[in-house]
Design a protein around this ligand. Structure first.
Ligand code: SF4
Length: 272
């Protein structure tokens, strides 16, 4: 087995993955602020670990797959957090999520991160427990780990896939990686609802965006794509102008009819 820091087992190794506890940073009830399900009430299950380091990332404390604090809301919407040491046994995580789901009306459980599919083996043990109780699963992912998705897709009802644009995230994700991910997502007999989300920066060009949109259109002609103007964070200080957003949407609509613009609404109303 690969080793991690100081000779400890690497928590992303498949052997650890199938047997180990799950690495989380928080569990809470909140209002979804992005994409197709914006405005719905969800229980958020935030896993730690991510393979990327996007310039605008607002979850820097969730990027490393290693032990740490996990805060767990006890009463939906009250922010009365209990604290546990992560990683957490899978049945314990199931119990906390189910308690929040049961104590107020919620649409679904949003499995988010970090990149939740870095722990697909652990999710393959947790998601069946949540599905047994009738909870819908909404997966928020960077869309770069198709094999991880294949492990869990049979328990997933909806997938929000990032469409990474290097002008915004300053990463270099080849469109073929997203295409492989979409082939798994859209080819599944379970037929989850799949949509894409692209963060747009002031530097994003119509050429870059339309290449990504064309890939989505060829993989899923009916798929919605949400253009999300970047929220300034860390080194990202500039936002795309209203005129720039209009021009980008127009260019994108010329290649795909399902392109919508939606900012991060939860940040506008002061939600987590
Ligand atoms: S994929 Fe998401 S969690 Fe990972 S670095 Fe990018 S924004 Fe942050």
């Amino acid at each position: 087995m690969k080793t991690h820091e100081a000779g400890l087992p690497d928590p992303s190794h498949p052997t650890c993955e199938m047997a180990g506890d799950i690495y989380l940073s928080e569990i809470f009830s909140g209002i979804q602020g992005e994409g197709h399900y914006a405005g719905y009430r969800q229980v958020f299950l935030r896993l730690t670990g991510c393979t990327l380091r996007c310039a605008y990332c607002d979850q820097p404390e969730s990027l490393e797959l290693r032990p740490g604090d996990c805060r767990i809301e006890c009463t939906p919407g009250i922010r009365d957090f209990a604290h546990m040491e992560s990683p957490i046994p899978v049945p314990e995580a199931d119990k906390w999520v189910d308690a929040l789901m049961a104590s107020a009306p919620h649409h679904s459980v949003s499995v988010t991160g970090g990149e939740p599919l870095m722990q697909s083996g652990r999710l393959a043990r947790l998601l069946p427990l949540l599905k047994e109780k009738g909870h819908r699963i909404h997966l928020e992912t960077s869309g770069v780990l198709p094999q991880g998705l294949a492990r869990v897709i049979s328990w997933v009802d909806a997938i929000s896939m990032d469409l990474k644009l290097s002008s915004a995230d300053r990463q270099e994700i080849d469109l073929s990686v997203h295409r492989s991910f979409l082939d798994v997502a859209l080819g599944s007999p379970h037929q989850p609802h799949v949509y894409a989300k692209a963060v747009i920066a002031a530097e994003t060009s119509a050429t870059e965006l339309c290449a990504a949109i064309r890939m989505v259109a060829s993989a899923g002609p009916d798929m919605e794509v949400f253009l999300q103007p970047v929220t300034p964070h860390g080194p990202v200080t500039a936002i795309p102008s209203p005129a720039h957003m209009l021009a980008l949407q127009e260019a994108a609509l010329r290649v795909h009819p399902h392109v919508r613009v939606l900012p991060q609404t939860h940040k506008q109303i002061g939600q987590l």
